[in-house]
Design a protein around this ligand. Structure first.
Ligand code: RM4
Ligand code: MN
Ligand code: MN
Length: 413
């Protein structure tokens, strides 16, 4: 990216926006301040249930995952936190991990307490964890969550994300009401075990790995449970956890109106929980979601700071680091475009019943090329003008392969 090309595009955009009464300085500082956490499992090659293709040079342990996030942070300036999955990321030496993270200026976002796999624990999760018929299995799953909270405390995390694979594959297999009751009771114990400055982020998902019913299939069920737990329990929206064509922006607005939006798992989806790169399939939807987020925060339905942001994506055909660079860019672009929306005019159109005008307002913002703005925010923060080009030019993957080996494999799905 030649510097003068960047300067030219930026000054054109500055002029364009100024004519609409928008000054780029405050936009730049908002874009620069917006940081998105990366999950530890996204640093390795993803897979599907049909297989996994190694990318080479994958991080072999948590220290190396932190190194990768440190690199991403340095290049993009859009991430400064990691979200750990336990037990995938169990480390022998918490102090060493903490120190490494401090050196790399990486903090620990919400902890994830995986109970969807067996990992050598005494009782199997085959028939569920927090909702299991067997009280001993529920107890074990609750204790795992409490253990995850302890690890998180020692790392300085402030949240616990719970996603349950619990559910059933066939009619009659599970008792719906009992499963919901036990899950709520189990979550109650977990919630009580959280420090007072922590929040519980409760995910929902309509199907997979269970295909007939899931205990927490939708945002409504998640909100229902959260409201029984207490005001530090809120609903986590994973963009891929909806049936096709669901109006996710409306869900966001509804949750914010109730001050119940815990945060996001960013990814993109064509059909289901595809975990594709954010912004690769439905960038307009992502923009509309950001419009609701900005609107909800400006109208003081829920504060911007109370919302957590994390990428949750992985697949087997891209270099994970390149993919994360693309995702961070796509999220920043959607956010930047949503910041351009003339909200006063939009409200006016809504009041006047001007349907065409309302669409024009949104499209005018969405169709603005904000790449120079996002790039400028990154440059001003000390990042690379073009992180992807840098990654390729410097042959970073090749260097990782020679350091970690061709067959190095990260833990994760
Ligand atoms: C689930 C859910 C969780 C993630 C796991 C690996 O579908 O999105 O957030 O931790 O996948
Ligand atoms: Mn998720
Ligand atoms: Mn998911």
């Amino acid at each position: 990216m030649p510097t003068d090309f960047h300067q030219k595009s930026l000054s054109l955009l500055t002029e364009q926006l100024a004519s609409k009464g928008i000054h780029i300085d405050s936009l730049i500082s908002k874009i620069a301040a917006f940081q998105i956490a990366v999950p530890s499992w996204a640093l390795g090659a993803g897979g599907s249930r049909f297989g996994r293709f190694s990318i080479g040079g994958e991080p072999r342990n948590l220290e190396e995952k932190l190194d990768d996030i440190g690199l991403l942070a340095k290049l993009t300036k859009r991430t400064n936190a990691v979200s750990l999955h336990i037990p995938w990321d169990i480390s022998q030496d918490v102090q060493a991990i903490k120190q490494k993270a401090t050196e790399l200026q990486i903090s620990f976002d919400a902890m994830n307490s995986n109970t969807f796999q067996d990992y050598g624990q005494p009782l199997t999760y085959k028939m569920g964890s927090l909702s299991n018929e067997d009280a001993a299995v529920r107890k074990q799953a609750v204790e795992h969550n409490l253990h995850v909270i302890e690890i998180g405390k020692s790392l300085g995390s402030k949240g616990l994300t719970v996603w349950l694979a619990d559910g059933s594959n066939f009619p009659g297999q599970a008792h719906f009401r009992n499963a919901l009751k036990w899950t709520t009771e189990s979550l109650h114990e977990i919630y009580s075990g959280m420090p007072v400055d922590w929040k519980l982020l409760l995910e929902y998902k309509p199907y997979e790995p269970n295909f007939y019913h899931t205990v927490i299939p939708d945002w409504g069920t998640s909100a229902l449970i959260c409201s029984q737990l207490g005001d530090r329990a809120k609903v986590l929206v994973d963009l891929g956890h909806h049936l096709p064509n669901t109006n996710i922006e409306q869900i966001v607005a509804t949750l914010m109106q109730q001050n119940m939006l815990a945060g996001f798992h960013f990814n993109d989806s064509k059909y289901g929980d595809d975990d594709l790169s954010t912004g690769s399939i439905k960038p307009y939807q992502l923009f509309l979601i950001f419009c609701e987020l900005i609107g909800g925060a400006e109208d003081k339905a829920q504060t911007w700071e109370s919302i957590s942001w994390m990428i949750d994506a992985s697949h087997n055909t891209k270099d994970p680091l390149e993919d994360l660079i693309q995702a961070l860019e796509a999220i920043s672009q959607a956010y930047a475009k949503a910041l351009l929306v003339d909200r006063k005019k939009l409200t006016q159109c809504q009041n006047d019943g001007d349907v065409v005008g309302a669409q024009e307002v949104l499209q005018d913002a969405f169709l603005t090329d904000v790449r120079a703005l996002v790039r400028e925010a990154r440059i001003q923060s000390g990042g690379e003008a073009d992180p992807l080009a840098f990654f390729r030019r410097e042959k970073i993957r090749d260097k990782l392969i020679s350091k970690r080996g061709k067959n190095a494999q990260a833990s994760g799905l």
